[in-house]
Design a protein around this ligand. Structure first.
Ligand code: ADP
Length: 404
């Protein structure tokens, strides 16, 4: 099946056209700066060079129309007609407590998504916009919503309830939901294959270290705890998000600086993390360059990033009651030997030991980087969220067609 995978942000649409038989992405790209000046479409067919096209892309409907047009174009296209696209899979950030797995897009699902906006005001409205844009541009195609939260659905209450009045959970759904679920699940399944063992027999910790970062404890294939919480703000230090901190801090800053709710939200989500501490950048590559040049606050930011990871790895090993493999993925996890080395330092007592040479060689490819004698395997596994979305979309569309 040829499946268009869509990931919609506030001003961007990322896409891949995936052939599920070969599991090859026939083309991938991104429309950015939607609704702003100088909107641009960057498109890469799997067998030809990348192209960039600028245009006036006023909204997500026009963006999806651009995507479909370039997918069919004579020079840069990979299909002849839009009818070759058989289904669309959408990344949806928040599925709340309702969605424990991916689901077919129906009028009922759309109304559930609208009611979830309250829980994910920064993300779900854009995902809904993407679904609506596809309904207009490619009418009649089956669509599937794949949720970032679904994989964490089976966490036990002791992992998801916060230490505030229980009535807040009942009244407003305030609990840990967890995110990046598609990625954590994908790399956990790959790890089981690499280790040649059924996932049911494995205790795994997966570290998804991208611009956003989260870590998950997985017991027998089930997420039992994860560091992102009610929102993606909690847990590890991230590019621009603060991660864990004393909740009283923001109340104090709001009072002292007379910040509005919106400003406080921006401070925690956009001006904190690596960027906020270092004053240099949210990008780990630039942080590392600055550390090498002797930049003091970049060094503090780098150290906090790795120290917090190390604490979580040890805490989740305790939560799991043991550990078979530790997995690094996403931009930082797949590419930075330095972050991997620093974040497992001192964990030899738990059986985590990495081989410096293998670690250095593991850049963007699947590799076991543990020493021969390590009790716990440390693996680098590139994530592929789009492939999981395409696989789920195919399965659910076929199931729904079989029922008819
Ligand atoms: P997103 O969460 O936006 O999908 P990615 O998974 O692409 O992000 O990760 C982006 C992060 O990966 C950035 O901080 C970037 O600096 C980091 N990164 C990419 N390559 C390297 C590298 N070679 N060394 C260190 N960090 C890297």
């Amino acid at each position: 099946m040829k499946i268009l995978v869509i990931n919609c942000g506030s001003s961007s649409v990322k896409y891949q056209l995936i052939d599920t038989e070969t599991e090859i992405a026939l083309a991938k790209g991104i429309v950015s700066r939607i609704g702003m000046s100088a909107s641009v479409l960057t498109h890469k067919p799997f067998d030809r060079p990348e192209v960039t096209i600028s245009g006036e892309i006023l909204d997500h409907i026009v963006a999806v129309e651009y995507v479909v047009t370039i997918l069919m174009s004579e020079n840069h296209g990979v299909i002849k007609d839009r009818s070759e696209i058989e289904a669309i899979g959408h990344r949806v950030v928040h599925g709340g407590e309702e969605f424990s797995e991916s689901a077919l897009v129906t009028p009922d699902l759309m109304s559930s998504l609208r009611s979830l906006i309250e829980l994910a005001p920064l993300h779900n409205p854009h995902n809904i916009r993407g679904i609506n844009a596809c309904m207009k541009t490619l009418p009649g195609l089956p669509m599937v919503a794949v949720f970032d939260t679904a994989f964490h659905h089976e966490m036990p209450p002791h992992a998801y309830i916060y230490g505030i009045p229980y009535v807040m959970y009942r009244r407003y759904g305030i609990r840990r939901y967890g995110f990046h679920g598609t990625s954590h699940k994908y790399v956990a399944d790959r790890a089981a294959l690499m280790l040649g063992k059924p996932i049911e027999d494995l205790k795994l910790i997966t570290c998804h270290l991208g611009n956003g970062a989260s870590i998950t404890a997985i017991d027998g294939g089930v997420s039992i705890d994860t560091s992102m919480g009610f929102t993606p703000l909690e847990g590890l230090l991230m590019g621009t998000r603060c991660g864990d901190q004393d909740p009283a801090i923001i109340l104090h800053i709001m009072a002292r600086e007379e910040l509005s709710l919106h400003e406080a939200n921006t401070l925690l989500n956009k001006h904190s993390g690596l960027a906020g501490i270092s004053g240099v950048s949210s990008d780990m590559r630039e942080i590392i360059e600055s550390v090498e040049e002797g930049h003091a606050t970049a060094k503090i930011a780098f150290d906090i990033y790795c120290y917090r990871l190390r604490k979580y790895i040890a805490a989740y090993t305790a939560a799991l009651g043991g550990l078979d493999a530790l997995i690094f993925t996403a931009g930082v996890g797949e590419n930075s030997a330095l972050v991997r080395e620093a974040s497992v330092q001192g964990l030899g007592f738990m059986g985590v030991e990495i081989d410096a040479e293998k670690n250095r060689k593991a850049v963007g490819k699947e590799m076991d980087i543990s020493t021969g004698s390590a009790k716990v395997k440390t693996l680098v596994i590139p994530t592929n969220e789009e492939l999981v979305i395409a696989r789920d979309t195919e399965r659910i569309v076929k199931e729904s067609q079989a029922k008819k």
